[in-house]
Design a protein around this ligand. Structure first.
Ligand SMILES: [Zn+2]
Length: 242
């Protein structure tokens, strides 16, 4: 994937140098901002076979605790066993997960009710200002009761100091496990770029009561509007094993 990004970037730079672009256009051409609207109908999805990301330990019980302040509350990993995600030979560790209502990523302009983000990070490299991140996203629509989400609600209802064991895979792999991948950014300030995104194509379900509870418990963040998906951002299809 890295090679592919490089190739795309080189091509973009070639075209940029061949034409007279304004500075603003060049910034936009090189921006990798999230979230994005995945346009299946517009033909902007590049379907290629890549090495699938691998999930290691997401199917085991992990201890979480509520962390953060109003509007930015998340469920932070506090156990010693930390699930690892490998994307393009880079291994990231699960740090926390949180929700956005409504969902941030869109499929063909369709807005969904909720999105969960599982944030993985690498150890910060010497001299770097921030760690490299990989975020796994899953969208939800209002429908059936979701047992895995109910465990999250129960944890939050138990209070700030409570620790709770949850199995991340029960939340993440509740639907179609094919995924879309692109290089983007954090969707909250400072919108740091270089985030490796893995967004599941399948839409999970959550009941209206559960959606209301997540909002009441201050577990859902606000949502950033979709950002332009530029030519330098590559979207690919992948088929993940459960
Ligand atoms: Zn998020």
């Amino acid at each position: 994937m890295e090679l592919f990004f490089q190739l795309r970037k080189t091509m973009a730079l070639f075209f940029a140098s061949a034409m007279v672009f304004s500075v603003q256009q060049q910034i936009e051409a090189n921006s990798q901002q999230s979230p994005v609207n995945f346009e299946f109908k517009g033909g902007k999805i590049i379907e290629i076979n890549l090495v699938d990301p691998t999930f290691d330990g997401h199917d085991e019980a992990v201890t979480f605790k509520i962390s953060g302040h109003h509007g930015h509350r998340s469920l932070k990993v506090v156990s010693k066993n930390v699930p690892a995600l490998t994307v393009e030979n880079e291994e990231y560790e699960l740090k926390q997960f949180h929700f956005h209502a409504p969902a941030e990523h869109k499929f063909d302009d369709v807005e969904h009710a909720l999105e969960v983000h599982f944030v993985h990070e690498k150890e910060i490299e010497p001299g770097a200002q921030y760690p490299k991140r990989a975020v796994v996203g899953l969208l939800f629509k209002v429908g059936a009761h979701n047992e895995a989400i109910q465990e999250v609600i129960d944890l939050a209802n138990a209070g700030e100091d409570a620790e709770h064991k949850l199995v991340p895979a029960n939340i993440l792999f509740s639907s179609d496990s094919r995924a879309l991948r692109y290089l983007g950014s954090l969707t909250t300030p400072p919108y740091t770029q270089g985030v490796s995104w893995v967004v599941f194509r399948g839409i999970a379900q959550i009941s209206q009561e559960q959606l209301n509870e997540l909002k009441r418990l201050d577990l859902s963040h606000t949502s950033r509007p979709a950002q332009p998906l530029t030519d330098s951002a590559v979207v690919a299809d992948s088929y993940l094993d459960k």
